[in-house]
Ligand binder design. Sequence first.
Ligand code: PBG
Length: 320
Amino acid sequence: MKRFRQYRLNKKTRDFYAEVKISVSDFIYPYFVVKGEKVKDAIISMDGVFRFSIDELLKDIAEIVFLGINKILLFGVISDEEKDEKGYEGISSNSIICQAVREIKKQFPQIIVFTDICLCGYTSHGHCGLIRNHDVDNDTTLPLLAEMAYQHAIAGADFVAPSSMMDGEVAYIRQRFKEEKLSTKILGYSAKYASSFYTPFRDAVFSSPSFGTRKTYQIDFRTIDQGLNEIAADIEEGADWIMVKPAMPYLDIVQRASVCFPNYPLVTYQVSGEYAMLKQGARVNFFDGKQIFFESLIAIKRAGAKYIVSYYAKEFANEQ
Ligand code: PBG
């Protein structure tokens, strides 16, 4: 008989034999930024997540810095009246994200800032690129994404994170950075599956497509090879870091990616729907919030993730 229970005797032995660990420095904390002052607007579907104006954002960042979080991911949120066909608000040098990045870097130069590069929060139709013939047009979208990335980079972003799933977006942005002699890094949202788990996020940034779906550009979740090939392509195009998204329902892909691409830091995104699901379950006492998040985050790391984008990061840090 093999004696396994000796490894589980008490907390001390369990801690000793734990193979997978997680710490505050593993997290990238997402923020939603809006115009105005003194805005801290609760997002109904995501308990504990807010839309911040820049002044309030800076206060919150002071708190997470104190807790030891040093990586953040920014999303801009604008009103419907400010949106247009091409998402101009998102690519201007004075966009809400450019303003936020400049202020953050002034006050917290040590924070590593990632910015989301996508048109969906800024276009009137809510799609991630330009529309032609009732579908998103890949190649005419690329220069706009590169312009947005360039603006974020000169505002001071450390990483841009292209998430629109247009073919060639990483190469296009990398080329633009080369021309401008910028050393800004690129985190490719490489394997981004077309997922219903993004629904609460779309409410948060008012970016639900007004027609059609994102299935013509995001990856079909019945595929494995497409996910891995998208990652390989992003690396070839010049991505520094890679991502699999969502996290928990896609841990098979996370595991494969970590084995196939061991030399590229692998980020996973515990997306809005995953967060909302666990939060709601905890709210009605189906399970303990702290325990369920700890287990889910360990599972993501066990599958091979190096970093985790999670709305839970601040709470996790608070629990340490
Ligand atoms: C923008 C973008 C989305 C998410 C991150 N970047 C939405 C989408 O593609 O539909 C989802 C994040 C989340 O659900 O937490 N393209």
